[in-house]
Design a protein around this ligand. Structure first.
Ligand code: HEM
Length: 408
């Protein structure tokens, strides 16, 4: 039997807690070909070049084999824009951006700050009286669902249903929760429920538009080509939930884990909450929630670092390896929130650069200093903590910590 390739070792759960030495090995050859014909790209400049290359597609229809269902659209809906190439991608992303960010809605995310601070405070209040906390289940997991529900205009009483759906969506990629067929059936059912729920919500928002994102998508008649067609709006609503949940959970959890491993930085954050801004960028570089993108396909022969990736070949871009490339970052394995010039790949790059980045940043910039301030003498119970199986969206399943107390 052939020895496991470096990438196969990265996929091995035994290496989930610390894949970084394997990424360093991978970078020794910037482009490698796996036995199944996939090309792995692991160095910063090469990844960025491919993320900006119009000969690289994100459309699963261009792949030789049927693509993973992990990001597929709910049954009966068109593909979400993360799976489309220009010009369809650009048209839908522009429509989705109209009610979400600059230049037309510059205040959407900044305007959320007071509400986000209140929501974070209320969630930490629920921890009062505990001396053992699971930072995943008790904090990082519920926060992003509450936020996305607020943004989409989901009534408060319906929020628990969203928590159930996000759980099922995450479980689909977790092999410990049942056979692949069982998980696929569950995912299809959840997708259909979510689609039907969003359709009902859209009807309600059309009758009585509010100041939420769904109402914005449905009524943006001033936007060129707008408003977004109803089926695209439903696919976009599901995409925001799927793309924004586990990633944000992992950023907050990886953040607390890293701070607990670097107590002097945790202490600085307690007294200097502004540190949260560069700190979050450094976390996105040093312990990113998205380790690699498996969604790309070459549309033509592409020469990269002396290797030709042939037309039709699947490409995996190992963002987490690129963000620790010593040719791009000084002393890349050092966690340094004071680092200047931190153009990490945590949110990708190019036309698919994370749409939700402003929201994820603000959420985490508020959450981490507030946890630092209110948890007295927090200590890791186990290090490393147990990880979720997923190697691409990597993060702890639980992060048990002990505290002396939770202050007001
Ligand atoms: C820390 C949290 C997050 C991380 C690390 C993250 C990471 C990423 C990355 C790496 C991509 C690029 C994917 C690609 O090139 O194929 C991406 C795209 C995307 N993200 Fe995020 N994301 C986060 C949070 C969010 C949130 C909160 C939302 C929604 C509100 C969101 C919505 C999206 C969407 C819609 C895309 C597709 C953009 C496009 O295709 O043009 N993300 N994200």
């Amino acid at each position: 039997m052939a020895p496991a390739s470096i990438f196969e070792q990265i996929l091995d759960y035994a290496n989930r807690a610390n894949p970084y030495p394997l990424y360093a090995e991978l970078r020794e050859t910037p482009v490698t070909r796996e036995a199944d014909g996939t090309y792995m790209v692991s160095t910063y400049d090469e990844i960025v070049a491919l993320l900006h290359d119009p000969r690289v597609s994100s459309d699963p229809h261009n792949r030789p084999q049927p693509a993973s269902t992990a990001a597929a659209s709910p049954p009966g809906l068109p593909p979400p824009f993360i799976q489309l190439d220009p010009p369809q991608h650009d048209r839908l992303r522009a429509l989705a951006t109209w009610p979400f960010g600059p230049p037309h809605s510059p205040g959407r995310i900044d305007g959320l700050r007071p509400w986000l601070a209140e929501t974070t405070t209320a969630l930490i209040d629920t921890l009062a009286g505990k001396d053992q906390i699971d930072l995943v289940d008790d904090f990082a997991y519920p926060l992003p669902v509450t936020v996305i529900c607020h943004l989409l205009g989901v009534p408060r009483e319906d929020e628990p249903r969203f928590h159930g759906w996000t759980e099922a969506i995450i479980e689909v990629v977790d092999p410990t929760t049942g056979s692949f067929d069982q998980r696929l059936r569950r995912r299809t059912q959840v997708d259909a429920e979510l689609r039907d729920y969003l359709a009902g919500l859209a009807d309600a928002h059309l009758r009585q538009p509010g100041d939420d994102l769904l109402s914005g998508l449905l009524t943006e008649t001033d936007a060129p080509g707008g408003p977004m067609a109803r089926d695209h709006m439903l696919a976009t609503g599901s995409l925001l939930l799927v793309a924004g949940h586990e990633t944000t959970v992992n950023l907050i959890t990886n953040g607390m884990l890293t701070l607990l491993r670097h107590p002097h930085v945790l202490d600085r954050l307690r007294h200097q909450p502004d540190l949260a801004v560069p700190l979050v960028e450094e976390l996105l570089r040093y312990e990113p929630p998205v380790h690699f993108l498996t969604s790309r396909t070459a549309l033509a022969d592409i020469d990269v670092a002396g290797t030709t990736i042939p037309a039709g070949a699947p490409i995996t871009l190992v963002l987490a390896a690129g963000s620790r490339d010593p040719d791009r970052f000084d002393d890349p394995d050092r966690f340094d929130p004071d680092r200047s010039d931190n153009q990490h790949l945590g949110f990708g790059s190019g036309i698919h650069y994370c749409y939700g980045a402003p929201l994820a940043r603000v959420e985490t910039q508020i959450a981490l200093p507030e946890l630092a301030r209110r948890l007295t003498n927090p200590r890791l119970v186990v290090d490393p903590p147990p990880y979720r199986p997923n190697p691409a969206l990597r993060g702890p399943r639980h992060l048990p910590i002990e505290v002396d107390r939770v202050t007001a």
